[in-house]
Ligand binder design. Sequence first.
Ligand code: FAD
Length: 515
Amino acid sequence: MAHTCIHWFRKGLRLHDNPALMAALRDCKEIYPVFILDPYLHNDTCVGINRWRFLIGALKDLDCSLKKLNSRLFVLRGKPEDVFPKLFDKWKVTKLTYEYDTEPYSLSRDKTVTKLAKEHGVEVIYKVSHTLYDIDRIIEENNGKAPLTYNRMQAIVNSLGPPKRPVPAPSAEDMKDVKTPYSEDHEKNYGIPTLEELGLDTSSLTEELFPGGEQEALKRIDEHMTRTAWVCSFEKPQTSPNSLMPSTTVLSPYVTFGCLSARTFWWRLTEVYQGKKHSSPPVSLHGQLLWREFFYTASVGIPNFNKMEGNPVCTQVDWDTNSEYLTAWREARTGFPFIDAIMTQLRQEGWIHHLARHAVACFLTRGDLWISWEEGQRVFEELLLDGDWALNAGNWQWLSASAFFHQFFRVYSPIAFGKKTDKNGAYIKKYLPLLKKFPPEYIYEPWKAPRSIQQAAGCIVGKDYPLPIVQHEIISKKNIQRMKLAYAKRSTDTADSPSKKKGMQKTCICDGLML
Ligand code: FAD
């Protein structure tokens, strides 16, 4: 039977390595590529303007690629469970395909849509291609539980063998007997909305450093893969949180939206490594993709993964509620230039380096402000281009020493950490131009500058730039004690922590070696 299919794009905004799309094209006479702006996922409280711009760019790029195959993207708005029954009837659909998605909301949404599809006599096919492996298979292999250490995870994926090879994008040959029935008024009925049409305030947008879309992703990965020596010697802890140009790939927004397949990324790296000496997991680029897999697996195997309460691996901590501190952190007004510069880069550009994420996450939680990682998670979710449910929750738990990482006595200094890689504070001067005239010895601690220097720099601390909201040396020591108490209360069955073995307690410039 020749089918009339809908391929439902959600993440996976690409044509390459899209096995569900290829399944749609099999025995198909008509295909409708669909994207739905779902009020639950796409509301402007949890999606910042930069991420909206990335999404719209990715959709435009997809439509452009589909046009080259004589097809089009159909963009609709509404709850998928309301939209689909109408489409099934209107287009006389017989098959629905999509990429498998492990987020709790997606799983329940897909269950509802699958039930509706079956009621309409529509066959449903989904394929795994957002992750390197089928996450359920990893859990099965680990006796039904998510591995809680990277080593364990590595052992399991080693036993599974390398990830599947990516499938090629559909060719003109694959599409030769397949039509997309679109009309002249396609733009009006199913076009991609502009940011303005969506009612979004675009006034804060700055230059688009990371434009969305599959073509952009493929161009960027091509460029990175030509840097053979860099790829082979990549060691994450040696990269810099505060370089003026990113010191890592910044492919994360593309992987998050599925403009770039993680498996394509993996196999491109394998090709570069071939026959050459190269770094290894956990610090290599392959290692980074395994971190992603690790947190995805944890997010599937651990209930309430994005919350402290009801999350069995998460240490229960008596975090404070302090809206003044939270707002100061979020709006880059903590008075610590390194922290404020990072939060400014995040707001303006939508991406910050992994170790910069470490610095601000530690500062917000166990280091200085003693605010719940769930609050930080929310802010990152809104502002990061690569905001990802599983990776955001997993990494926040790590950094707040709530789960996976337990050396809570290792606290990042908001002053010393940045100096390691940027002694003169060029990064701070870029993102906080107000401080650009401070001499290097005061750029990380402008409040220590004599009044005359502040005057000469044209910036009086306490008036033009805030005084530090906490005294790091004092508060971080108190917080270590609070953390110690929280750990003491931890139930013994989750206490697999290295900190139990090591009684060591000191504040240090954490060197980020753990990732
Ligand atoms: P590269 O170093 O070039 O790594 C290549 C790819 O590996 C990345 O694109 C990403 O897909 C993956 N990767 C790298 N590091 C990690 C990691 N620690 N965990 C999981 N995957 C990783 N990453 C997100 O993609 N989305 C998030 O919402 C997110 N939230 C985070 C929150 C906190 C508090 C912290 C500390 C980290 C978070 N990360 C998140 C992980 C990491 O910081 C980013 O993936 C990385 O900085 C992206 O930059 P890149 O593409 O240059 O990474």
